[in-house]
Design a protein around this ligand. Structure first.
Ligand SMILES: CC(C)(COP(=O)(O)OP(=O)(O)OC[C@H]1O[C@@H](n2cnc3c(N)ncnc32)[C@H](O)[C@@H]1OP(=O)(O)O)[C@@H](O)C(=O)NCCC(=O)NCCS
Length: 202
């Protein structure tokens, strides 16, 4: 059985190892330490029954836009032998949960190669990320990246489908109507109270 748990400093070397096996985007150990020392809540590993690290998610909170708290997935990978078992989904949802619980994140973001169909399916279909932009030549070999975002709250209108937009508009109209009715009822009550007081005074 494979389990998901928060990463510790001892896991970093194995996370780096997994990254080297799985992705061309690699980082020095200092960068892993920077993540775990700054946002230890956001790093998760998948560990098999023998204690071997078979997957990880390396994530952080973005520091350059403090106005809107948001997370960023720096790297995610699962060893080939352990893919398609739901591990990446669990790693990502664990990190997402801590982004909202601990840091009150509005959304989280990531980059993915346009050709990475497995990861794109995971992000867009399973985890419901939206494409925010396409970054031309983002990767060192010149490939474009999808800049993707998942909103935990207040998903902007530009990401909503026609139906979702119509649903949102209907909900807002219903809320406005309910508020108007409540206001009218309150005014009527106040007028009634005023009339009773006036009658009592005469
Ligand atoms: C992308 C990756 C992390 C997915 O890991 P995983 O543990 O196999 O993913 P999961 O089992 O949680 O699968 C999540 C979804 O993606 C789908 N999926 C996984 N691999 C897929 C593939 N090769 N092709 C199409 N869909 C795929 C699953 O079927 C599942 O879909 P569902 O929720 O609709 O059933 C893994 O393939 C990997 O490590 N790749 C190399 C590193 C990488 O590309 N990292 C991402 C960099 S941005």
């Amino acid at each position: 059985m494979t389990s998901i748990r928060q990463a510790t400093v001892d896991d970093l070397i194995y996370m780096q190892n997994t990254n080297l096996w799985c992705l061309p985007e690699n980082y020095n150990m200092k960068y892993y330490y920077y993540h775990i020392l700054s946002w230890p809540q956001l790093l998760y590993v998948a560990e098999d029954h023998k204690g071997k690290i078979v997957g990880y998610v390396l994530a952080k909170m973005e520091e350059d836009e403090p106005a809107e708290q948001h997370g960023h997935i720096t790297s995610l990978s699962v060893l080939r032998t352990h893919r398609k078992c739901g591990l990446a989904t669990s790693l990502m949802t664990s990190s997402h949960a801590r982004m909202t619980e601990t840091f009150d994140a509005e959304h989280t973001a990531l980059h993915v190669r346009k050709s990475n169909h497995a990861a794109f399916h995971l992000y867009s279909q399973t985890l419901k990320y939206d494409i925010n932009d396409i970054e031309k030549g983002y990767y060192a070999d010149g490939e474009d990246a999808y800049d993707m975002r998942k909103y935990f709250k207040n998903r902007p209108d530009k990401f909503l489908s026609e139906e979702e937009r119509a649903e949102k508009a209907a909900k807002m109209a219903a809320e406005a109507e309910a508020a108007e009715k409540a206001e009218a009822a309150e005014a009527a009550e106040a007028a009634e109270d005023g009339a009773v007081e006036e009658a009592a005074a005469t």
